[in-house]
Design a protein around this ligand. Structure first.
Ligand code: AGP
Length: 610
C-alpha cells in the first residue's frame, strides 16, 4: 500500500528517487521520505503530506549516489513526520523503507524495548530496522534475511547501512518489488512506472527472495539463503508508459484510452472467429472444463463488479455454476469448494492482499487457479496456474476505469471459450457472440461521445449529497461500478440497487429532485427497470438514464430527466460500454467539487493489506 524506490549508481540519487516516488505516489500519498548514504553516514528527510512538500527539504541534502525513498498510505500510526519512512535504528546506521504489514509487531516491539531499543514512531515498520540492527554482523543481506525470519505478514523492504556504502538490500514477502537493471546503475521499485524512464530491463523478486544490489551487480538469494538466478524480463515499451499527455488528470486520459485497451484485449485472442488463448493463459483442457463443477470468482472493488458480470457470463455461456465473492469475505466463510473447481482471481494490480489470500485459500481447498490481471510482474500472475493479462496498460488514477472494461472483456472471452468446451454453446452461437465482442472497442469509442452531455449533467449532480443508481442484471453491475466511481472521487454518497429492490426500503429516501441514475441497456429487462423508474419518478426523483437505441424511450420522459444513449452492445458484456458515461459523470462531478481526482482522500491504488 506504499511505494518504495531505491537508487544505486553513478548519478545523483535525489532527483531519481523523487521522480520514482512521484511515479508511485498513486500507491499512497499521506507522507513520504528519503534516506541517503553520502559516505559519512545516513541522512534522512521526511514529512507528513504530499511529495511536493518534500521537495524543499531535499534541497538541503548533500550529493549522494545511493538512497531509498518511500511514499506512504498509513496503516499503523497516523500520517506524521515521525511515522513517515525511512525509519532508522538506534545507532542511526541503518535506514529502511517498508511496504506491507508486520502482523506480529506488538510482541516484537515489546521484546525489542525490553532489550534496550528506543522507538521513535507508532509504526509496525520500525521493529524491522531494530531487528536488523541486532542481527547485523557486517553483512547487511544476511542481517535482513535473519530479521525477516522473525516477521509475520507482508513486507517489501529496502535497506541501506552506513557501513556498506553503495549497497541496497531488498527483501520481498507478499508485496511487490522489482529491480530496474541499468547499464551501471540499479533502480529498485514497487512497480514498473518508477523504473521506466531509466530502463526496460527488470528483475522481478519472488516471495522470500532477498536481493543485494550494487551499481554493477545484483545478487538474489532464495528463502534458504542460496544464490539464485534473478527472473529478468524486458517490459513492453508500448503499453507500460504512463504520462498524462494533454489530459488534466490520469483518470480522464484512462477513460479515453478504453477503446484501445479493449482492442488490445482482443488482439491475437480471436482465431477462426472464436476466442483463442495461449496455453499459458488457459491451462485447462477441454476435458478439464467439461468436468468443472463450479467456478469461484474472487475480487475486490471494481474488479468485484466486473466479476459479477463474469458470473452471468460463465453461467449463461458456459453453463457452469459460478459464485462471486468479495475476496475479503471468501476466506473467512469456510467456502465449500468441490474438488475440480476453478477459482478465478480478478485483480488489476495482482497485489491486492484480500484477493491473493482468497485465491490461496481456494487453492488450498483443491481448486485450480486462473488469474485475470493487468500486471505481469504481480504475485497473482506468479502464483496462478493460468494467467490472462488484461493489457489495459498502466493505470495510474486510483479510480479504476480501463482496468474494469478490460476485465469484463477478458471474462467474456473466457466464458465463450469455456462454453465451447462444455458444449453449452454451439459453434455458430459462439462465433456470433465473439463477433459482437469484437465490436466493443468501436462501441466504447462511440460511448465517449457522450462526454459533453455528461459534463452538463455532472455539474448538476455535483450539488447533491446523495445519488442512487439502479439497474437489473448486468445493468445492475454497471450501476454498482458507477456508484463506486462517483463515491470515491467526488465524495458524494452514492448507492446502487437492483432496480426491483428499491421499493423494499430505499424508496423512502427519494425526495423531490433526488438524482437517480438508471441503467437500461439490456433489452430483456429494460421494461422491468422502466417500471421501477416510474416508481422513482412518482416520488419526485430525477432520472438520468443510460440507454441504447434498443432500450431508449422505455418510459415517458420529464423535462428534467436526462437520457444518455450508448451503442447497443452484446448485452452480457454491455457494462464495458455502458459504464463509460458513468465514469465521466463521476469525473466531472468531482472536477466541479474540486477534489483530488487521481488521488482521492483515504485511498490508494494497490491495497496490499487485509
Ligand atoms: C476502484 O476504482 C478502486 N480503485 C478499487 O475498488 C480497486 O478496484 C480494488 O482495490 C481492487 O484492486 P485490484 O483490481 O488491483 O485488485
Amino acid at each position: 500500500m506504499c511505494g518504495i524506490v531505491g537508487y544505486v549508481g553513478g548519478r545523483q540519487a535525489v532527483p531519481i528517487l523523487y521522480q520514482g516516488l512521484s511515479d508511485l505516489e498513486y500507491r499512497g500519498y499521506d507522507s513520504c521520505g528519503i534516506a541517503l548514504l553520502d559516505g559519512k553516514g545516513i541522512l534522512t528527510a521526511k514529512i507528513a503530506g504530499r511529495l511536493s512538500k518534500l521537495r524543499e527539504l531535499l534541497k538541503d541534502l548533500p550529493p549522494a549516489t545511493t538512497g531509498i525513498g518511500h511514499t506512504r498510505w498509513a496503516t499503523h500510526g497516523r500520517p506524521s513526520q515521525e511515522n513517515a519512512h525511512p525509519h532508522v535504528d538506534c545507532r542511526h546506521e541503518i535506514a529502511l523503507v517498508h511496504n506491507g504489514i508486520v502482523e506480529n509487531h506488538r510482541e516484537l516491539r515489546e521484546e525489542l524495548i525490553s532489550r534496550g531499543h528506543t522507538f521513535t514512531s507508532e509504526t509496525d515498520t520500525e521493529v524491522i530496522v531494530h531487528l536488523i540492527e541486532e542481527a547485523y554482523d557486517g553483512d547487511l543481506a544476511s542481517a535482513v534475511r535473519k530479521a525477516c525470519r522473525q516477521l509475520k505478514g507482508s513486507f517489501a523492504l529496502a535497506v541501506i547501512s552506513a557501513k556498506e556504502p553503495g549497497r541496497i538490500v531488498a527483501f520481498r514477502q507478499s508485496s511487490p518489488l522489482i529491480v530496474g537493471l541499468g547499464e551501471d546503475e540499479k533502480i529498485l521499485a514497487s512497480d514498473i512506472p518508477a523504473v521506466l524512464s531509466h530502463t526496460r530491463k527488470i528483475a522481478v523478486l519472488a516471495d522470500g527472495q532477498c536481493a543485494s544490489i550494487t551499481r554493477y551487480g545484483l545478487e538474489v538469494f532464495d528463502a534458504c539463503g542460496n544464490l539464485t538466478d534473478p527472473d529478468v524480463r524486458v517490459v513492453n515499451a508500448d503499453i507500460d508508459v504512463a504520462m498524462k499527455e494533454n489530459f488534466p488528470h490520469f483518470m480522464l486520459k484512462e477513460i479515453h484510452e478504453q477503446p484501445e485497451a479493449l482492442a488490445r484485449v482482443l488482439s491475437g485472442r480471436v482465431k477462426g472467429g472464436l476466442p483463442h488463448f495461449e496455453p499459458e493463459e488457459f491451462r485447462l483442457s477441454a476435458e478439464d472444463v467439461r468436468k468443472l463443477q463450479r467456478i469461484f470468482i474472487v475480487a475486490c472493488g471494481t474488479a468485484y463488479h466486473a466479476s459479477l458480470t463474469g458470473k452471468a457470463l460463465f453461467e449463461r455461456l458456459a453453463g457452469v455454476s459460478t459464485e462471486v465473492d468479495l475476496a475479503s469475505e471468501f476466506r473467512y466463510r469456510e467456502p465449500l469448494v468441490p474438488s475440480g473447481s476453478l477459482v478465478i482471481a480478478v485483480s488489476q494490480s495482482g497485489e491486492t492482499a484480500d484477493t491473493l489470500a482468497a485465491m490461496r485459500e481456494a487453492r488450498a481447498r483443491g481448486a485450480r487457479v486462473l488469474a485475470v490481471t493487468n500486471s505481469p510482474v504481480s504475485s497473482l500472475a506468479r502464483e496462478a496456474e493460468s494467467v490472462v493479462y488484461q493489457r489495459a496498460g498502466i493505470e495510474i488514477a486510483v479510480a479504476s476505469t480501463k482496468a474494469y472494461v478490460t476485465q469484463v472483456l477478458c471474462l467474456a472471452l473466457l466464458a465463450v471459450h469455456m462454453g465451447i468446451s462444455t458444449g453449452h454453446l454451439a459453434l455458430e452461437e459462439a462465433r456470433k457472440i465473439t463477433s459482437s465482442l469484437q465490436k466493443l472497442p468501436e462501441q466504447a469509442r462511440k460511448a465517449l461521445k457522450s462526454e459533453a452531455r455528461v459534463k452538463e449533467v455532472a455539474s448538476d449532480v455535483s450539488r447533491f449529497e446523495d445519488v442512487f443508481f439502479i439497474g437489473r442484471g448486468v445493468d445492475y453491475h454497471t450501476a454498482m461500478e458507477g456508484q463506486l466511481k462517483l463515491k470515491e472521487i467526488s465524495y458524494i454518497h452514492a448507492e446502487a440497487y437492483a432496480a426491483g429492490e428499491l421499493k423494499h426500503g430505499t424508496l423512502a429516501l427519494i425526495e423531490q429532485g433526488t438524482p437517480v441514475v438508471a441503467v437500461l441497456t439490456d433489452p430483456s429487462v429494460a421494461e422491468k427497470t422502466a417500471s421501477n423508474v416510474m416508481e422513482v419518478k412518482a416520488r419526485g426523483g430525477r432520472i438520468i438514464s443510460v440507454t441504447t437505441p434498443l432500450t431508449g424511450g422505455a418510459f415517458p420522459p420529464d423535462p428534467l430527466d436526462v437520457e444518455i444513449q450508448v451503442p447497443a452492445s452484446y448485452p452480457l458484456a454491455s457494462p464495458a460500454v455502458a459504464v463509460i458515461p458513468l465514469q465521466l459523470l463521476a469525473y466531472y462531478a468531482a472536477l466541479q467539487r474540486g477534489t483530488d481526482i487521481d488521488k482521492p482522500r483515504n485511498l490508494a491504488k494497490s491495497v496490499t493489506v487485509e
